[in-house]
Write a protein that binds this ligand. Structure first.
Ligand code: ADP
Ligand code: ZN
Ligand code: ZN
Length: 663
């Protein structure tokens, strides 16, 4: 019996496990397993679910048996696995954790077979007939024709100003793909934007549209995942986590608002869904449309050097072009709740005329500083060394980094004085000011606190649509995609830091927000105004953006930067470290510089992150840079090897962030 058993052929598989080790493991099985199936294996005396990656040679060491093969067909096909391997390599992230990031929660556990959905029979020759309700404008028609004529597999940059009707153009291209029986993936930067986009598409494509994001229950997500795999549904709208949806016969990818920094995930696998989407399209040789009213400098540069094909839409659907921005110098002015007299008068007039106004301030809460007028005490979070923000609705001080909540002291804890002051303003304080001091009845606060629960955002948007006049006060949530008719005035506060920041991404981010938030206005009348309060009225960037012309701003920034070694002509990888001891971070990062003999053009730092301290830990980074991605990756590989020789590496946590956005 024993002899017979050893004669039986064994198959050896490389298996990935969801562990923080960048390694695969070899297990044996009596029969063949398709690559990409889940397998149950024993690892360090624990049962684990892994993925069988591929067949390999019999190793020299003893291997354990696969306990059970959990799938009849692969959950990741050959193309998916190729993208997963690429992701692991590009982001220096363990393969098992990459797979874990893109596996529906439902498949991470053992489920009785009955709960796993049976795949229905799909008619692969189904004829689709869609009714379009809108007639394309001539500019939309030109863009659509240009897109479908493109034969190369370069990414398509659809650069269409806000309100130019990009969604309708996507829809026409999507219809072509579906009629060819292909699947379509559409990414949006935020959950908040998915209802709007899905509703738009469902109106045309009916039950062929599914929405996939973290707000959908695990069970439902798994069902959608299966619908993608089987080809039962064709069109999938989703956020970052949807980028690897195993859509059958994927024929088109659309990335809406491609410039948006929310495409970058900032915990776990630090990937950019936009960049992964581009890679996915490249591997599959399928078209990808990157749409934006304010394309990233990176995309515009790629177009300039011929790596992307650019398609322009330079007119709005309703021909009222985006409003001009008037630069309002507030130097030396007395501000009232952050607002100048001019801003206040214009807001009042807009509301009195029965119109809608909007105030954009990128800060939630009531006031960002609570301090003593008698001594130098400021309320700060002990864990994060940052100011506590007053939240009037909660009657509490809140730390925006760790969400710790503190009671409001009635006396200064330092000198016992009762002269406590609130400085600065957030959305809540402006809301209160408009209601109390300006007696404005309809004030709509549009921030993450006001839209915590599912359905809140939709309800808020509905209330705004139903009311003809009033004021919307909101954070960067406002800059994204929403259409408010009758919006005649936008007042922009506090964006000056974008002009002075050292980060190579800050200027562009500021320009995106300014142009996007301005673009919400005047979609109907053409008389809309944008007031930008600033202390840098002569800053060349503002001078260029004043006309609302993002493209000329971008062109001049690109030509300025070409001669300096800076994004988008330069690439970055950051080594981030977190420790309870500040010196430990600095020592660790400094040793990387000396061990690797980095010359001063190759790195910046060690420097504190913008979130300098959080939950008791200091955060620092060393940024490695190069004009060549290949060189940068080679350097990073060598750094990772060197790190194992640095003793501090075992006393702190560190990670690699490829294409970081925080400086
Ligand atoms: P963008 O994303 O380019 O800023 P949207 O796709 O949100 O613009 O379109 C702006 C508005 O114009 C939407 O309300 C949309 O329904 C409408 N729209 C788009 N195309 C047309 C068209 N051809 N005719 C009439 N309305 C249109
Ligand atoms: Zn005091
Ligand atoms: Zn804190």
């Amino acid at each position: 019996m024993q002899a017979l058993h050893s004669l039986m052929k064994k198959y050896f598989y490389r298996v990935s496990l969801p562990l923080a080790i960048d390694q695969t493991f070899i297990y044996q099985h009596d029969s063949q397993i398709s690559n990409g199936c889940r397998v149950l294996v024993n690892f360090k005396n624990k049962d684990r679910i892994g993925i069988a990656l591929d067949l390999c040679k019999k190793p020299s060491f003893k291997t354990l048996n696969v306990k059970e093969v959990l799938d009849e067909s692969a959950i990741f096909n050959k193309d998916d696995l190729e993208l997963i391997f690429w992701t692991s390599k590009y982001y220096f992230h363990p393969i098992g954790q990459v797979i874990d990031t893109f596996t529906p929660t439902y498949l991470k556990k053992l489920k009785p077979k009955a709960e796993v959905r049976a795949i229905p029979n799909i008619d692969n020759n189904k004829k689709y007939d869609f009714k379009f309700k809108k007639i394309l404008t001539s500019k939309q028609k030109d863009a659509f024709n240009a897109i479908i004529k493109i034969k190369s597999s370069k990414p398509i940059l659809l650069n269409g100003i806000t309100g130019s009707g990009k969604t309708e153009v996507y829809a026409r291209v999507i219809a072509k793909s579906v009629q060819n029986n292909q699947g379509v993936l559409i990414l949006t930067p935020e959950i908040a934007l998915t209802p709007q986009l899905s509703t738009y598409l469902k109106d045309i494509f009916d039950d062929q549209v599914e929405t996939y994001h973290s707000g959908v229950t695990a069970k439902k997500r798994y069902e959608i995942w299966e619908k993608a795999r089987s080809g039962e549904t064709k069109i999938f709208v989703g956020t970052r986590s949807a980028v690897l949806l195993p859509i059958k016969n994927l024929g088109l990818i659309v990335v809406d608002e491609e410039h948006d920094q929310s495409y970058k995930q900032n915990e776990g696998l630090l990937f950019s869904a936009r960049d992964l989407a581009v890679k996915r399209a490249d591997l599959l040789k399928i078209p990808i449309i990157l749409g934006s009213g304010t394309p990233s400098l990176r995309s515009l540069h790629q177009s300039e050097i011929g790596k992307y094909t650019q398609v322009l839409i330079d007119e709005r659907v309703h021909s009222q072009n985006p409003p001009k921005i008037s630069i309002h110098d507030t130097n030396g002015m007395m501000l009232n709740c952050g607002l100048s007299d001019l801003s206040i008068q214009t807001i009042k007039k807009t509301v009195a005329d029965g119109k809608l106004a909007m105030i954009f301030i990128n800060r939630r809460g009531y006031a960002p500083e609570f301090s003593c007028a008698q001594c130098d005490w400021i309320a700060t979070c002990h864990h994060c060394e940052t100011n506590m923000v007053m939240h009037i609705d909660k009657e509490r001080l809140v730390c925006h980094r760790c969400e710790s909540v503190f009671a409001i002291p009635s006396k200064c804890p330092n000198c016992m004085s009762d002269r406590l002051d609130l400085k600065g303003q957030g959305t809540q304080r402006i809301e209160a000011f408009l209601k109390k001091e300006l007696s404005i009845k309809n004030v709509f606060r549009f921030d993450s606190d006001a839209t915590k629960n599912s359905g809140d955002l939709e309800a808020l948007v509905d209330r705004i649509h139903q009311s003809t006049s009033g004021v919307i006060v909101g954070t960067q949530m406002l800059t994204k995609g929403h259409n408010f008719k009758d919006l005649e005035l936008v007042v922009v506060l506090n964006i000056d830091h974008g002009l002075t920041s050292v980060s190579p991404f800050a200027l562009e981010d500021m320009a995106h927000k300014l142009i996007q938030v301005s673009g919400r206005a005047g979609r109907k009348s053409g008389r809309a105004k944008v007031i930008l309060q600033t202390r840098y009225p002569n800053h060349p960037t503002l001078q260029r953006l004043e006309k609302g012309d993002y493209n000329s701003f971008a062109e001049s920034v690109l030509s300025d930067r070409e001669l300096q070694n800076i994004h988008p002509f330069y690439f970055y990888i950051s080594i981030k470290s977190a420790s309870t001891k500040l010196e430990r971070n600095i020592n660790f990062l400094s040793k990387i510089i000396s061990y690797e003999n980095l010359n001063e053009k190759e790195f910046a730092g060690p420097m504190p992150l913008s979130i300098y301290k959080q939950r008791g830990k200091y955060n620092h980074q060393l940024v490695i840079m190069s004009a060549s991605r290949t060189k940068l990756h080679q350097k990073t590989e060598s750094i990772i090897k060197a790190i194992s020789r640095i003793p501090e590496s075992r006393q702190l946590s560190w990670k690699i962030d490829v294409d970081p956005l925080q400086f």
